[in-house]
Write a protein of this length. Structure first.
Length: 467
């Protein structure tokens, strides 16, 4: 099989072939660049393609592998990163026109670590403005490869589209209110949101510092585990990065879930949830039960307040992140991001402290829940595969916003790790997903659970019909 036929291979799979010298990193990289050139004019997933540096990196990788110096599962593998991660050899715009010519003097820690693992950086992936809800009015949003009528997710839209369309073998996304999970679900890929602090945020453009999570998006749980293993860990440049050892996420993957306690709050995960999302979760529970998991009925603490609080909290932190350019350059901002910052600027110190206290109480209740179970099973969102027309009404429909955030932003408020897994399709052919949520720093269990599910299902192996 030639490199041109491998665009839907798994990341670990293509890495093994490159490291066995069955295909070269240069061949795989050139094939990806050719595919980007062929398809991305329509899909709009890349903000900036780094063809020359990618091929140079691939040549180095091939030489190192030929000399017997393979660095690990990512060595020689072409991937891409969300365009809020600093790159010293390419612009980092963060989806904003203000920063279209911004050239950082160094790589973000996550980019440096991917390079140290031998990964090939194909380019920078498009995102919503400042990683919030909407793309800047002057930037054309990425298009869902399953159907141009479907939403591609926010804010890691380019990461979701490129990974699903075979324009990279894996990507980095970020999640502040759901932005690894939304595009993973929308595009039918696997996304891993790590524990807050598991991955350094140094050199990643902030949306909201205490809510931002950086994590991998790929075609399988194993591929996400390989990427997380490369980027996780303490960082002297980011004192909030947790200084605990990083496990080998690819070790001890048995395919069994015997004895794993999976909690579900059937009322919370079913009320107001559409048929496709409910069916995907129910069928997934059947699969994991057959693999040995124990299903436990639980009561999830009411997230209503933290979902409401997410907006002003995010607004306050975003106002801090943008104080150098907002409001001084307000006319250059799109209405969505500007509105969020304005909301933050309206909050009093007393308002903010009340939010902090409610958040800490909620975190404690969720932490206590994980004394009884190892994982939680929840939908990705209340409605599967939303259309662009439906999402265009988001700003006018509070119920739609709440439905979108119901199963995502609570776990940004707690900092809990989650894995989003493809679990089916709607009647019209749009991807459907569900999530496992884990206790803090237990990403290894999420990878193992995702891998076990994906060994006996094929949702993650289905791909959009593209040339």
């Amino acid at each position: 099989m030639s490199a041109r036929d491998l665009h839907y291979s798994g990341l670990v799979e293509i890495g093994q072939r490159i490291q066995k010298r069955e295909v070269s990193s240069v061949e795989a990289t050139q094939a990806q660049l050719d595919r980007i050139a062929s398809l991305d004019g329509r899909l709009k997933s890349y903000a900036h393609v780094m063809a020359a540096s990618a091929l140079q990196q691939a040549e180095v990788a091939d030489a190192e592998i030929a000399a017997g110096a393979a660095r690990g599962p990512l060595h020689g593998v072409p991937i891409a990163v969300k365009d809020l991660c600093w790159t010293k050899d390419a612009p980092t715009a963060a989806g904003m026109t203000i920063y279209r010519d911004n050239r950082p003097s160094e790589d973000a820690t996550v980019v440096a670590r991917l390079k140290a693992a031998g990964a090939i950086i194909l380019g920078k992936l498009q995102l919503t403005e400042g990683a919030y809800a909407d793309h800047h009015p002057q930037i054309e949003p990425p298009r869902n490869p399953w159907s141009e009528a479907l939403w591609s997710g926010a804010s890691s839209s380019g990461s979701g589209v490129a990974t699903a369309a075979g324009l990279c073998y894996g990507s980095l996304g970020s999640d502040t209110g759901g932005s690894i999970r939304f595009p993973s679900a929308a595009n039918g890929i696997t996304g891993l949101k790590p524990t807050w602090g598991r991955v350094s945020r140094y050199g990643v453009f902030e949306l909201a510092a205490t809510l931002d999570h950086i994590g991998p998006m790929a075609r399988s749980a194993v591929d996400c585990g390989a990427m997380l293993g490369a980027i996780a860990g303490a960082d002297l440049k980011d004192p909030t990065a947790v200084p605990v050892p990083v496990p080998n996420y690819l070790a001890n993957l048995s395919g069994s879930l015997r004895g794993v306690r999976i909690g579900i709050d059937r009322r919370w995960t079913s009320e107001g949830v559409d048929a496709a999302s409910a069916r995907a979760l129910l069928e997934a529970l059947g699969v994991v039960t057959a693999l040995g998991a124990e299903i436990h009925e639980v009561f999830f603490p009411d997230p209503t307040d933290v979902i409401t609080d997410w907006f002003p909290l995010c607004g306050v932190e975003t106002a801090v992140a943008h104080e150098a350019t907002y409001p001084s350059r307000k006319p250059e901002y799109g209405p969505g991001l500007a509105g969020l910052i304005d909301l933050g600027l309206q909050q009093s110190g007393k308002d903010y402290q009340k939010i902090v206290l409610r958040r800490e109480a909620f975190k404690g209740m969720v932490r206590a829940l994980f004394e009884k179970v190892d994982l939680l099973a929840v939908p990705a969102q209340t409605f599967a595969a939303p259309t662009l027309d439906k999402m265009a009404t988001l700003g006018e429909n509070p119920e739609l916003i709440t439905g979108l955030l119901r199963f995502s932003c609570p776990f940004d408020m707690t900092g809990s790790p989650t894995i989003t897994l493809p679990g089916g399709f709607t009647e019209s052919g749009g991807p459907v997903a569900f999530q496992f949520v884990g206790r803090h720093l237990d990403e290894a269990r999420l990878v193992a659970a995702g891998d076990a599910f994906q060994r006996v299902t094929d949702w993650h192996r289905r791909h959009p019909s593209l040339l």
